[in-house]
Design a binder for this molecule. Structure first.
Ligand code: PMP
Length: 443
C-alpha cells in the first residue's frame, strides 16, 4: 500500500549521493502518460523516464509479453544458446532498419554498454585507434562512453584518466560556434566540416581514425537536430578515408523524432547504429547494429555479457515494435509534434525577450531561455539533470503544478519528451502547465 511505501522513505538516506533526483517521494505506479506517488500525487509524465517509456507506462501489450516470457524462460544466456525472443526481435527489426545493409545485431542492457561495444567493434575491424566525437555529445557513463561524452564536465570530473584517442569537433549548434539561433544552418555546417578537415590533417591522421560517433539529434547537449548536410558531410569524409560512421540513436530512435530513426531525415547510411531506451519501453535492452561483413571479423567469444539480450527484455521489445505498427505511433508523434511546436511558439511569442529558441524533431523538443549568465556557470554545483537558473526554475514550477519535466545541457533548456502515444488533451494540458510555469517564473 501507499503508506507502506512511504515508510520506506527513511532508507533514501542509504541511497548513494552520486545520484541526482528532480522530485521528492516514491513512485508507486504508472499508467500511460501518468505516474503516481505514494503520497497520492498523480503526475503527467513529460520525461518518459528520460525518453524510454514511449508507449506510456505499463503498456498492456508490452507488460503482458514480458509477463508471459517470465513464465517460459527468464535467463537463456546468450553465450549458452539462442533464445526465441532474441531471434524474433531481429526478425522484427530488420524491416525497419534505416538501411538494408544493417543486418548484424548484438544486444546489451544499457545504451552505455552498446556504445562500448560499438567503439570496440570500430577499433578492431578497422585496426585503428582514434575516435572522433562531437562537442556537446552524450554517450553514457562507462569509461569508453564517458570518454566520448562532451556535454557536461560533471560526467567526467574526478573520474579520469579517460580512454585515450578521443578527438572532438563542434556540432552545428549555434552556441558552439558563438552564433545566434537565426544563423543559417549552412554556415554552421561548413564551419563544423572545416574543423573536421583540420582535425584529420593536424591531429589524427585518417589512417589512425577508426570512427566518427554522432547523435542524429544532439540530445543531452541541447536537443539539436543534425542538419542533413552535416551528416552527409560526415558520410563523405568517412567514405573517403575508410572511417566508420556510428549513429547513436539511443535517445532519437524508436519513433521519438517522427521517423523510426532520426538518421532517416538525412537518408545517410550509418556503418554502426546504437539503439536503447524506447526499444523495450522500460526493460533494460540496447543494441548495436552493423553489417555482417564487419562483425564477421570478430572472434567468437570476444564480445558478450551475462545479461546481454535478456529474454524478457527482448520479448518486451518485440511487443514494442508490434505496437508501434499496430497503433500508428508515427502518425501520433507527427500530429502531436505539430501541436507541441505551435503551442511552444505561441508561448515564445508571449515572452520574446525571455525565450530564445524552440527546436527539435517529433516529440524530442526543447525550449531555450535567454540567460545573462555564462553557460554552465551554476552547473557544477547542482545535480546533473538540473540546468542553470531559469530552465530549472521553470521545470520546478511545472513539477509543482503536476507535470514531470527535465532540463538539459549547460544552457537554459527545458526538454519535452512526452509519451509517443500521448493524447491531444494530455499534450495540451502539459503545454498549459508549462505556459503557467513560465509566466510565474518571468513575472
Ligand atoms: N547515448 C545517448 C544519445 C543517450 O541519450 C544516452 C542516455 N541518455 C546514452 C547513450 C546512455 O544510455 P544509458 O543511460 O542507457 O547507458
Amino acid at each position: 500500500t501507499s503508506s507502506d511505501a512511504s515508510s520506506l522513505l527513511e532508507y533514501g538516506r542509504n541511497v548513494t549521493n552520486g545520484l541526482g533526483r528532480i522530485t521528492e517521494g516514491i513512485i508507486t505506479s504508472g499508467k500511460g502518460s501518468y505516474v503516481e506517488y505514494a503520497d497520492g500525487r498523480k503526475m503527467l509524465d513529460f520525461t518518459t523516464g528520460i525518453g524510454v517509456t514511449g508507449l506510456g507506462h505499463c503498456h498492456p501489450k508490452v507488460s503482458k509479453a514480458a509477463a508471459d516470457q517470465c513464465m517460459n524462460i527468464v535467463h537463456a544466456q546468450c553465450s549458452i544458446a539462442f533464445h526465441e525472443p532474441y531471434l524474433k526481435l531481429i526478425k522484427k527489426l530488420l524491416p525497419i532498419m534505416p538501411d538494408p545493409s544493417l543486418d548484424s545485431f548484438f544486444f546489451w542492457n544499457s545504451g552505455s554498454e552498446s556504445v562500448e561495444a560499438a567503439l570496440k567493434l570500430a577499433r578492431t575491424v578497422t585496426g585503428r585507434q582514434n575516435i572522433i566525437c562531437m562537442q556537446g555529445a552524450y554517450h553514457g557513463r562507462t569509461f569508453g562512453a564517458m570518454a566520448v561524452t562532451r556535454s557536461k564536465t560533471i560526467y567526467s570530473k574526478g573520474f579520469a584518466p579517460l580512454m585515450p584517442g578521443v578527438f572532438t569537433i563542434p556540432f552545428p549548434f549555434w552556441h558552439q560556434l558563438g552564433q545566434t539561433p537565426d544563423t543559417p544552418e549552412s554556415a554552421l555546417v561548413s564551419q563544423c566540416l572545416y574543423q573536421l578537415d583540420l582535425l584529420l590533417t593536424q591531429q589524427t591522421a585518417p589512417s589512425d581514425t577508426a570512427a566518427i560517433i554522432v547523435e542524429p539529434v544532439l540530445g543531452e547537449g541541447g536537443y539539436v537536430p543534425a542538419p542533413a548536410a552535416f551528416l552527409e558531410g560526415l558520410r563523405a569524409v568517412c567514405d573517403k578515408h575508410g572511417i566508420l560512421l556510428i549513429a547513436d540513436e539511443v535517445q532519437s530512435g524508436f519513433s521519438r523524432t517522427g521517423k523510426f530513426f532520426a538518421i532517416e531525415y538525412s537518408g545517410v547510411r550509418p556503418d554502426i547504429m546504437i539503439i536503447a531506451k524506447g526499444l523495450a519501453n522500460g526493460f533494460p535492452l540496447s543494441g548495436v547494429i552493423t553489417r555482417k561483413e564487419l562483425t564477421n571479423k570478430l572472434t567468437p567469444g570476444s564480445m558478450g555479457g551475462t545479461y546481454a539480450g535478456n529474454a524478457v527484455a527482448c520479448a518486451a521489445a518485440c511487443a514494442v515494435v508490434d505496437a508501434m505498427h499496430e497503433e500508428n505511433i508515427l502518425e501520433n508523434v507527427n500530429a502531436r509534434s505539430t501541436e507541441l511546436f505551435k503551442a511552444l511558439h505561441a508561448i515564445k511569442a508571449e515572452h520574446p525577450k525571455h525565450i530564445l529558441d524552440v527546436r527539435g524533431q517529433g516529440l524530442m523538443v526543447a525550449v531555450e531561455f535567454a540567460s545573462s549568465a555564462s553557460p554552465g556557470a551554476e552547473h557544477d554545483a547542482v545535480a546533473a539533470q538540473v540546468g542553470s537558473a531559469m530552465a530549472s526554475r521553470v521545470a520546478k514550477k511545472c513539477i509543482e503544478r503536476g507535470m514531470l519535466i527535465l532540463t538539459t545541457s549547460v544552457y537554459e533548456v527545458v526538454r519535452f519528451i512526452p509519451p509517443l502515444n500521448i493524447s491531444a488533451a494530455d499534450l495540451a494540458k502539459g503545454t498549459e502547465i508549462f505556459r503557467e510555469a513560465v509566466k510565474e517564473v518571468i513575472r
